[in-house]
Write a protein that binds this ligand. Structure first.
Ligand code: ZN
Ligand code: ZN
Length: 308
Protein backbone atom coordinates (compact mmCIF):
# COMPACT_ATOMS: atom_id res chain seq x y z
CA UNK A 1 0.00 0.00 0.00
CA UNK A 2 2.69 2.44 1.08
CA UNK A 3 4.72 1.46 -1.98
CA UNK A 4 1.69 2.18 -4.21
CA UNK A 5 1.23 5.62 -2.67
CA UNK A 6 4.91 6.37 -3.16
CA UNK A 7 4.66 5.21 -6.80
CA UNK A 8 1.66 7.44 -7.47
CA UNK A 9 3.37 10.39 -5.81
CA UNK A 10 6.50 9.81 -7.88
CA UNK A 11 4.46 9.47 -11.09
CA UNK A 12 2.53 12.65 -10.31
CA UNK A 13 5.68 14.65 -9.78
CA UNK A 14 7.28 13.17 -12.90
CA UNK A 15 4.19 13.87 -15.04
CA UNK A 16 4.47 17.67 -15.49
CA UNK A 17 8.25 17.62 -15.90
CA UNK A 18 7.87 14.97 -18.61
CA UNK A 19 6.11 17.64 -20.70
CA UNK A 20 9.48 19.23 -21.50
CA UNK A 21 10.53 16.01 -23.26
CA UNK A 22 7.28 15.11 -25.03
CA UNK A 23 6.70 16.31 -28.63
CA UNK A 24 2.98 16.13 -27.89
CA UNK A 25 3.24 18.88 -25.30
CA UNK A 26 3.55 22.59 -25.84
CA UNK A 27 6.41 22.79 -23.35
CA UNK A 28 8.57 20.39 -25.40
CA UNK A 29 12.09 21.71 -25.45
CA UNK A 30 12.05 22.11 -29.27
CA UNK A 31 8.89 24.27 -29.20
CA UNK A 32 10.34 26.37 -26.38
CA UNK A 33 13.47 26.90 -28.50
CA UNK A 34 11.54 27.95 -31.62
CA UNK A 35 9.47 30.33 -29.46
CA UNK A 36 12.72 31.81 -28.19
CA UNK A 37 13.92 32.39 -31.77
CA UNK A 38 10.66 34.17 -32.60
CA UNK A 39 11.00 36.21 -29.42
CA UNK A 40 14.48 37.23 -30.61
CA UNK A 41 12.90 38.52 -33.81
CA UNK A 42 10.37 40.59 -31.83
CA UNK A 43 13.21 41.85 -29.59
CA UNK A 44 15.25 43.15 -32.56
CA UNK A 45 12.19 44.72 -34.14
CA UNK A 46 11.38 46.49 -30.87
CA UNK A 47 14.89 48.00 -30.60
CA UNK A 48 14.80 48.11 -26.84
CA UNK A 49 17.82 49.09 -24.75
CA UNK A 50 17.78 46.11 -22.37
CA UNK A 51 19.66 42.89 -23.10
CA UNK A 52 17.78 40.00 -24.69
CA UNK A 53 18.09 37.96 -21.51
CA UNK A 54 16.55 40.77 -19.45
CA UNK A 55 13.86 41.26 -22.07
CA UNK A 56 12.84 37.63 -22.08
CA UNK A 57 13.29 36.75 -18.40
CA UNK A 58 12.30 39.80 -16.36
CA UNK A 59 12.09 38.97 -12.65
CA UNK A 60 8.87 40.94 -12.26
CA UNK A 61 7.16 38.45 -14.58
CA UNK A 62 8.80 35.11 -13.86
CA UNK A 63 8.94 35.55 -10.08
CA UNK A 64 5.63 37.37 -9.76
CA UNK A 65 3.10 36.04 -7.24
CA UNK A 66 0.80 35.31 -10.18
CA UNK A 67 3.50 33.21 -11.86
CA UNK A 68 4.05 31.31 -8.61
CA UNK A 69 0.36 30.34 -8.68
CA UNK A 70 0.93 29.07 -12.25
CA UNK A 71 3.86 26.90 -11.14
CA UNK A 72 1.88 25.50 -8.21
CA UNK A 73 -1.07 24.58 -10.40
CA UNK A 74 1.31 23.03 -12.91
CA UNK A 75 2.43 20.63 -10.18
CA UNK A 76 -1.00 20.15 -8.56
CA UNK A 77 -2.63 19.33 -11.89
CA UNK A 78 0.06 16.66 -12.41
CA UNK A 79 -1.53 14.76 -9.51
CA UNK A 80 -5.01 15.06 -11.01
CA UNK A 81 -3.69 13.85 -14.32
CA UNK A 82 -2.19 10.71 -12.84
CA UNK A 83 -4.88 9.94 -10.28
CA UNK A 84 -8.09 10.85 -12.15
CA UNK A 85 -7.34 11.22 -15.83
CA UNK A 86 -4.91 8.43 -16.69
CA UNK A 87 -7.47 5.74 -15.71
CA UNK A 88 -10.27 7.26 -17.84
CA UNK A 89 -8.30 7.52 -21.11
CA UNK A 90 -9.53 3.99 -21.87
CA UNK A 91 -13.05 5.48 -22.24
CA UNK A 92 -11.95 6.83 -25.65
CA UNK A 93 -11.43 3.26 -26.92
CA UNK A 94 -14.84 2.14 -25.59
CA UNK A 95 -16.52 5.15 -27.18
CA UNK A 96 -14.77 4.45 -30.49
CA UNK A 97 -16.02 0.83 -30.46
CA UNK A 98 -19.51 1.92 -29.52
CA UNK A 99 -19.70 4.56 -32.30
CA UNK A 100 -18.42 2.21 -35.03
CA UNK A 101 -20.77 -0.57 -33.93
CA UNK A 102 -23.72 1.80 -33.84
CA UNK A 103 -22.95 3.04 -37.36
CA UNK A 104 -22.55 -0.52 -38.57
CA UNK A 105 -25.89 -1.57 -37.08
CA UNK A 106 -27.70 1.43 -38.54
CA UNK A 107 -26.08 1.74 -41.97
CA UNK A 108 -24.56 -1.70 -42.62
CA UNK A 109 -21.16 -2.25 -44.26
CA UNK A 110 -19.85 0.95 -45.86
CA UNK A 111 -19.02 0.96 -49.53
CA UNK A 112 -15.98 3.18 -49.56
CA UNK A 113 -12.54 2.25 -50.88
CA UNK A 114 -9.76 4.53 -49.66
CA UNK A 115 -6.01 4.11 -49.86
CA UNK A 116 -4.10 3.93 -46.60
CA UNK A 117 -2.51 7.34 -47.10
CA UNK A 118 -5.81 9.07 -47.88
CA UNK A 119 -7.29 7.47 -44.75
CA UNK A 120 -4.48 8.87 -42.63
CA UNK A 121 -4.71 12.32 -44.23
CA UNK A 122 -8.50 12.67 -43.93
CA UNK A 123 -8.48 11.24 -40.40
CA UNK A 124 -5.81 13.75 -39.35
CA UNK A 125 -7.68 16.69 -40.89
CA UNK A 126 -11.09 15.71 -39.50
CA UNK A 127 -9.70 14.97 -36.03
CA UNK A 128 -7.90 18.31 -35.98
CA UNK A 129 -10.86 20.34 -37.27
CA UNK A 130 -13.38 18.67 -34.98
CA UNK A 131 -10.97 18.88 -32.04
CA UNK A 132 -10.30 22.56 -32.64
CA UNK A 133 -14.01 23.38 -32.85
CA UNK A 134 -14.78 21.31 -29.74
CA UNK A 135 -12.03 23.20 -27.90
CA UNK A 136 -13.45 26.53 -29.05
CA UNK A 137 -16.99 25.58 -28.07
CA UNK A 138 -16.12 24.27 -24.61
CA UNK A 139 -14.04 27.40 -24.00
CA UNK A 140 -16.97 29.51 -25.28
CA UNK A 141 -19.31 27.79 -22.80
CA UNK A 142 -16.81 28.40 -20.00
CA UNK A 143 -17.06 32.11 -20.73
CA UNK A 144 -20.83 32.18 -21.15
CA UNK A 145 -22.15 29.83 -18.44
CA UNK A 146 -21.72 31.53 -15.04
CA UNK A 147 -20.98 28.29 -13.15
CA UNK A 148 -18.26 27.26 -15.61
CA UNK A 149 -16.86 30.81 -15.68
CA UNK A 150 -16.28 30.58 -11.91
CA UNK A 151 -13.77 27.81 -12.64
CA UNK A 152 -12.35 29.20 -15.89
CA UNK A 153 -11.69 32.53 -14.13
CA UNK A 154 -8.63 30.92 -12.55
CA UNK A 155 -6.92 30.89 -15.95
CA UNK A 156 -7.86 34.54 -16.42
CA UNK A 157 -6.78 35.68 -12.97
CA UNK A 158 -3.13 35.56 -14.12
CA UNK A 159 -1.76 39.10 -14.10
CA UNK A 160 1.47 38.15 -15.88
CA UNK A 161 1.84 35.47 -18.55
CA UNK A 162 4.56 32.87 -19.08
CA UNK A 163 4.40 29.50 -20.91
CA UNK A 164 3.46 27.69 -17.67
CA UNK A 165 0.29 29.85 -17.44
CA UNK A 166 -1.17 27.41 -19.95
CA UNK A 167 -1.43 24.98 -17.00
CA UNK A 168 -3.00 27.54 -14.68
CA UNK A 169 -6.41 25.98 -14.80
CA UNK A 170 -8.68 24.71 -12.06
CA UNK A 171 -8.50 20.88 -11.76
CA UNK A 172 -12.17 20.75 -12.72
CA UNK A 173 -11.41 22.50 -16.01
CA UNK A 174 -8.58 20.02 -16.54
CA UNK A 175 -11.09 17.18 -16.19
CA UNK A 176 -13.57 18.85 -18.58
CA UNK A 177 -10.85 19.50 -21.17
CA UNK A 178 -9.70 15.89 -21.03
CA UNK A 179 -13.25 14.53 -21.26
CA UNK A 180 -13.76 16.72 -24.32
CA UNK A 181 -10.60 15.31 -25.94
CA UNK A 182 -11.67 11.74 -25.14
CA UNK A 183 -15.10 12.33 -26.72
CA UNK A 184 -13.59 13.94 -29.84
CA UNK A 185 -11.11 11.08 -30.21
CA UNK A 186 -13.76 8.40 -29.63
CA UNK A 187 -16.35 9.83 -32.03
CA UNK A 188 -13.95 10.67 -34.89
CA UNK A 189 -11.98 7.43 -34.58
CA UNK A 190 -15.20 5.39 -34.32
CA UNK A 191 -16.49 7.06 -37.48
CA UNK A 192 -13.25 6.31 -39.36
CA UNK A 193 -13.08 2.81 -37.99
CA UNK A 194 -16.53 2.24 -39.46
CA UNK A 195 -15.87 4.00 -42.80
CA UNK A 196 -12.61 2.13 -43.40
CA UNK A 197 -13.88 -1.23 -42.23
CA UNK A 198 -11.39 -1.24 -39.39
CA UNK A 199 -8.48 -0.47 -41.69
CA UNK A 200 -7.59 2.66 -39.77
CA UNK A 201 -4.48 1.32 -38.20
CA UNK A 202 -2.10 2.23 -35.51
CA UNK A 203 -0.20 4.59 -37.88
CA UNK A 204 -3.10 7.01 -37.79
CA UNK A 205 -3.07 7.13 -33.99
CA UNK A 206 0.60 7.42 -33.36
CA UNK A 207 2.97 10.31 -33.60
CA UNK A 208 2.36 14.01 -33.43
CA UNK A 209 -0.48 15.37 -35.44
CA UNK A 210 1.07 17.41 -38.28
CA UNK A 211 -1.14 20.45 -37.66
CA UNK A 212 -0.37 20.42 -33.99
CA UNK A 213 3.35 20.16 -34.71
CA UNK A 214 3.33 23.19 -37.05
CA UNK A 215 1.28 25.22 -34.60
CA UNK A 216 3.49 24.29 -31.66
CA UNK A 217 6.64 25.14 -33.61
CA UNK A 218 5.48 28.59 -34.64
CA UNK A 219 5.52 30.12 -31.24
CA UNK A 220 2.53 28.71 -29.39
CA UNK A 221 4.50 29.26 -26.18
CA UNK A 222 4.41 32.99 -26.87
CA UNK A 223 0.62 33.01 -26.37
CA UNK A 224 1.26 33.06 -22.67
CA UNK A 225 4.09 35.56 -22.55
CA UNK A 226 4.76 39.30 -22.68
CA UNK A 227 6.25 39.01 -26.19
CA UNK A 228 4.03 40.72 -28.72
CA UNK A 229 4.22 38.27 -31.61
CA UNK A 230 1.54 38.97 -34.21
CA UNK A 231 0.67 37.43 -37.59
CA UNK A 232 0.06 39.38 -40.81
CA UNK A 233 -3.47 40.82 -40.66
CA UNK A 234 -5.04 38.41 -43.18
CA UNK A 235 -3.61 35.40 -41.36
CA UNK A 236 -5.16 36.50 -38.07
CA UNK A 237 -8.58 35.90 -39.62
CA UNK A 238 -7.60 32.27 -40.16
CA UNK A 239 -5.30 31.43 -37.24
CA UNK A 240 -5.13 32.89 -33.73
CA UNK A 241 -1.73 34.53 -33.27
CA UNK A 242 0.07 34.52 -29.90
CA UNK A 243 -0.80 38.20 -29.34
CA UNK A 244 -4.46 37.51 -30.15
CA UNK A 245 -4.52 35.06 -27.22
CA UNK A 246 -2.91 37.72 -25.04
CA UNK A 247 -5.87 39.96 -25.93
CA UNK A 248 -8.07 37.13 -24.63
CA UNK A 249 -6.36 37.68 -21.25
CA UNK A 250 -6.88 41.46 -21.23
CA UNK A 251 -8.61 43.03 -18.22
CA UNK A 252 -10.42 45.58 -20.43
CA UNK A 253 -14.15 44.98 -20.72
CA UNK A 254 -14.14 45.45 -24.50
CA UNK A 255 -11.80 42.44 -24.79
CA UNK A 256 -13.86 40.10 -22.58
CA UNK A 257 -14.98 36.87 -24.29
CA UNK A 258 -12.92 37.63 -27.41
CA UNK A 259 -10.45 35.42 -29.33
CA UNK A 260 -11.70 32.25 -27.70
CA UNK A 261 -10.28 29.92 -30.36
CA UNK A 262 -7.28 27.67 -29.99
CA UNK A 263 -5.77 27.33 -33.48
CA UNK A 264 -8.37 28.49 -35.96
CA UNK A 265 -9.65 32.07 -35.81
CA UNK A 266 -12.52 31.16 -38.11
CA UNK A 267 -14.77 30.05 -35.23
CA UNK A 268 -14.36 33.44 -33.52
CA UNK A 269 -15.01 35.14 -36.81
CA UNK A 270 -18.26 33.19 -37.20
CA UNK A 271 -19.33 33.84 -33.59
CA UNK A 272 -18.45 37.54 -33.81
CA UNK A 273 -15.77 37.36 -31.13
CA UNK A 274 -12.60 37.96 -33.17
CA UNK A 275 -10.22 40.86 -32.51
CA UNK A 276 -7.10 41.31 -34.63
CA UNK A 277 -3.83 42.56 -33.15
CA UNK A 278 -3.61 45.89 -34.95
CA UNK A 279 -6.76 47.07 -33.12
CA UNK A 280 -5.07 46.75 -29.73
CA UNK A 281 -2.14 48.78 -28.41
CA UNK A 282 -1.38 48.11 -24.75
CA UNK A 283 -2.61 45.27 -22.63
CA UNK A 284 -2.97 44.59 -18.94
CA UNK A 285 -3.78 41.02 -17.97
CA UNK A 286 -6.14 39.71 -15.31
CA UNK A 287 -9.65 40.18 -13.98
CA UNK A 288 -9.35 43.80 -12.91
CA UNK A 289 -8.67 45.05 -9.40
CA UNK A 290 -11.81 43.90 -7.54
CA UNK A 291 -11.89 40.32 -8.85
CA UNK A 292 -8.09 40.14 -8.91
CA UNK A 293 -8.01 40.66 -5.14
CA UNK A 294 -10.02 37.46 -4.71
CA UNK A 295 -7.60 35.41 -6.82
CA UNK A 296 -4.18 36.18 -5.40
CA UNK A 297 -2.89 33.02 -3.72
CA UNK A 298 -3.03 29.42 -4.87
CA UNK A 299 -5.61 28.69 -2.15
CA UNK A 300 -7.79 31.62 -3.31
CA UNK A 301 -7.74 30.27 -6.83
CA UNK A 302 -8.62 26.73 -5.85
CA UNK A 303 -11.43 27.67 -3.48
CA UNK A 304 -13.14 30.80 -4.91
CA UNK A 305 -15.35 28.81 -7.32
CA UNK A 306 -16.93 27.11 -4.29
CA UNK A 307 -17.54 30.34 -2.36
CA UNK A 308 -20.75 32.28 -2.58
ZN1 ZN B 1 -10.81 32.05 -21.59
ZN1 ZN C 1 -4.66 31.56 -21.93
Amino acid sequence: MLQEIIDILFQSIKEPFGYFLSPKKRLYILYLSTSLVLALYVYFKKRTQVSFLRYIFPKKIWLNQSAQVDYSLFIINGFFKVIILAPIVILGIYLQEWVSELLFNVFGTPNIELSRSSIVITYTIVLWLFGDFAHFYLHYLMHKIPLLWKFHKIHHSATVLNPITQYRIHPLELVLNNLKSIIVFGVVTGLFYYLTNGKIGIIAFLGVNVFKFVFLTIGSNLRHSHVKFTFPLWLEYIFISPFQHQIHHSDKQEHYDKNIGSHLAIWDWLFGSLIVSKKVKNLRFGLGRKEGEKHKSILDNLTTPFRK
